[in-house]
Design a protein around this ligand. Structure first.
Ligand code: UDP
Length: 240
């Protein structure tokens, strides 16, 4: 296996649910610390890493809308949840001595910097891990779309989508034991087959900007770095 990382600049998407561990709600600090450890390992390899975190472990806008409430307000609440997660992950990274900056799509200067492409690139070039909070800053969208958007803005070489399983399968491997994992797919195939890996807007944006999506297990300690060393298990979505 080569020592040179496969990609030099990556955007890592972690769902909010990944941070809650077995708790069913909120943040399990031990899990946040472990994920931070995986990011730190990749950072030590000299890879420029930015992160988009979700908020589903705390709040999703549809929870308000499904009970007759205002969807936009619900989405605002969901975006605030992503800020809580971003601050948690930043704390875990700083405990490991990794310089980390949180940039929010929704201005809250007392808590963190506001997002701008220039500031984000500046921090990346300075060797800091950048965590993007607040999703895209717009309702009706998801943090998957935010991940594709930020990856395009950062000129990232790839999006690393951490999921519950180690790639994209023909069917849900938890309920269909003989489901098989794809090694490689094109963005078009993912869209055409309706494979539920990221939402369609995110996959389309990645396709338009020719950004590969590496789908891997967020639960496998060291899995992120392993893939960047040229090994590990994943499905890669790219157009050749
Ligand atoms: N959200 C939003 N706009 C965005 C990103 C997120 O309105 O650009 C809201 C939306 O309500 C969503 C919630 O924030 O349900 C949490 O994000 P997401 O569901 O993507 O989190 P994940 O599933 O990754 O934990």
């Amino acid at each position: 296996m080569s020592e040179d990382p496969v990609y030099k600049r990556v955007l890592f998407k972690a769902s909010g649910e990944a941070l809650m561990g077995d708790q069913g709600f909120g943040i399990d600090v031990n899990v946040a610390d472990r994920i931070a450890g995986d990011i730190a390992e990749v950072h030590r390899m000299g890879v420029e890493v930015s992160v988009v975190v979700g908020g589903g472990n705390i709040f999703r806008g549809v929870a308000v809308a499904s009970k007759g409430g205002d969807r936009v307000t619900g989405d605002h609440m969901g975006m605030l949840a992503t800020v809580i997660n971003a601050l948690a992950l930043a704390t875990s990274l700083r405990k490991l001595g990794v310089e980390t900056e949180v940039l929010s799509a929704i201005a809250m200067p007392e808590l963190c910097q506001s997002f701008s492409q220039r500031a984000a690139k500046h921090h990346l070039i300075k060797g800091r891990v950048v965590i993007f909070a607040g999703g895209t800053g717009n309702p009706f969208l998801t943090t998957d779309t935010a991940a594709a958007l930020r990856a395009a803005e950062m000129n990232a070489d790839a999006i690393f989508k951490g999921t519950q399983v180690d790639g994209i399968y023909t069917a849900d491997p938890k309920t269909t034991p003989d489901a098989t994992r794809f090694n490689e797919l094109t963005h078009d195939e993912v869209l055409r087959r309706g494979l539920a890996v990221m939402d369609m807007a995110a996959v389309s944006l990645a396709r338009e900007n020719n950004i590969p999506i590496v789908v891997f297990s967020i639960h496998e300690k060291g899995g992120f770095a392993e893939i960047l060393r040229g090994g590990g298990r994943s499905t890669i979505v790219r157009d050749n």
